[in-house]
Write a protein that binds this ligand. Structure first.
Ligand SMILES: Cc1ncc(COP(=O)(O)O)c(C=O)c1O
Length: 431
């Protein structure tokens, strides 16, 4: 398999083999995952040996909301790059996209752009710290790889374990940052209040995802709003995963959350690098008092991709389609698992459904599921990002494959089906 051969080379040349943890073969199917693609279209991906797979897994890690190689978006990008992608002068689309994002989020007045999710949240945190002249960040959820976030793990215990990824090692993060970022559990009003009363005078901002797998309670949202009002600390909502999936724009719009800053990435540009920090002028203006600047934040392809993607979201009501697809995927899992008496728990917002096996060794079951689905021509795991490219025929094929896979897993001990090592769960060294 050419993909695995190349992956073996990558491990020697690129520490950690991939640039994104979630793309490691070890998280799917060690030694057997195709790992690299030659081309992709719609919800189909071809590996280096020319095998085609239907993607019912990460769909470009949540970026391909309209599907891979979506013509309308790609045409705009090609036109932009033919006209010069980055010059001495600025791309006028910056102003157009800023206006569009403010039109979608009328509570906001200003926007900064970046290229990746993690750096965009780091920008938001820097702006809030600059505005407040204080250091402490209270947060829940996952927010990327930057020092401000990983510093929460400097205490020696795995404080971030409840926030998507466990075992994140903060080696290399300055120890001086210890005690500058504290996590609280989503919906845990008492934990949040406890942190606020402890650090009241030093809080720079509150950072949270609007939603990950469970809905925020009214009491939780009211508490967050109340703290924001009394302490005048900006509320930063990280929309990098949830944004543009429940509605056009931030999920906060449908959840009743009122941010001071909302951060977007992933879905806003259908696979081209683009991120945005959208906020109220009273806090955003502090970006002028600190140095936040980078050459490639000014390039054009991400801007035009984003403008076209948002136009299509509005025209096609993409969020309605992906919510429907995701809820159908949940139904497929539910029916097949009940039919074959496999105990699973299904969670996640409809456009990003996921499930967990309840068996004694859930990682073994997960690996076997991925292996059997791959053999049937699917990139599949226990998490799926729904896409506008997922259509009825794809869902029917997926349904048949899942039913057959669960049947096989119910008839034979998964240990006897497994052809490779069990997948990894946590962040660890690759050998
Ligand atoms: C909520 C959230 N914040 C931040 C990030 C980091 O974004 P990126 O991987 O583009 O740096 C992610 C990525 O999955 C995310 O889901």
């Amino acid at each position: 398999m050419r993909g695995q051969k190349l992956y073996g080379e990558a491990k020697k040349l690129i520490p950690g083999a991939t640039q994104l943890f979630s793309k490691r073969a070890e998280l799917f199917l060690p030694k057997l995952w195709p790992s690299y693609y030659s081309k992709a279209k719609g919800c189909r991906v071809w590996d280096l040996d020319g095998n085609a797979y239907l993607d019912f897994s990460l769909m470009g890690v949540g970026t391909a909301v309209l599907g891979y190689a979506r013509k309308e978006v790609d045409d705009k990008v090609i036109e932009a790059i033919k006209g010069g992608n980055l010059t001495t002068l600025n791309a006028p689309e910056e102003v157009e996209l800023a206006k569009k994002l403010i039109e979608i989020h009328p509570w906001a007045q200003m926007v900064r752009f970046a290229k990746t999710g993690g750096e965009a949240v780091a920008i938001a945190v820097r702006i809030a710290r600059a505005k407040r002249g204080k250091d402490i960040v209270l947060f829940c959820g996952y927010h990327g790889w930057h020092d401000w976030y990983l510093s929460a793990n400097l205490g020696g215990e795995d404080s971030l374990r409840e926030h998507l990824l466990e075992g994140l090692n903060p080696a290399g993060v300055p120890k001086a940052l210890k005690g500058t970022a504290f996590p609280f559990k989503y919906n845990d009003v008492e934990a949040l209040k406890g942190l606020v009363s402890r650090y009241r005078k030093d809080i720079a901002c509150i950072v949270m995802e609007p939603i990950r797998s469970v809905k925020p309670t009214r009491e939780f949202i009211d508490t967050v709003h109340e703290i924001r009002e009394t302490l005048k600390v900006p509320l930063i909502v990280d929309e990098i995963s949830a944004g543009f999936r429940l509605t056009v724009g931030g999920a906060h719009k449908v959840l009743g959350i009122e941010p001071d800053i909302a951060v977007f990435g992933k879905a806003m540009s259908n696979g081209y690098p683009m991120a945005a920090v959208v906020g109220k002028a009273w806090v955003m203006d502090a970006a002028q008092g600190t140095f936040i600047s980078s050459t490639y934040w000014t390039e054009r392809s991400g801007l035009v991709a984003s403008l076209e993607t948002i136009r299509l979201f509005e025209a096609w009501k993409v969020h309605e389609h992906i919510c429907k697809v995701g809820s159908e995927i949940k139904e497929i899992w539910k029916k097949a698992s009940e039919k074959h008496k496999i105990d699973i728990t299904i969670t996640g917002i409809d456009p990003i459904p996921n499930f967990a096996f309840s068996a004694e060794n859930p990682l073994l079951w997960k690996t076997v599921f991925t292996q059997l689905m791959l053999e049937k021509g699917f990139l599949a795991s226990t998490l799926c990002f729904a896409s506008y490219a997922h259509r009825k025929t794809h869902l029917s094929s997926y349904r048949r494959a899942v039913e057959e896979t669960f049947y096989e897993m119910s008839k034979k001990d998964p240990k006897d089906i497994l052809k490779t090592d069990i997948c990894h769960k946590t962040f660890q060294r690759l050998t």
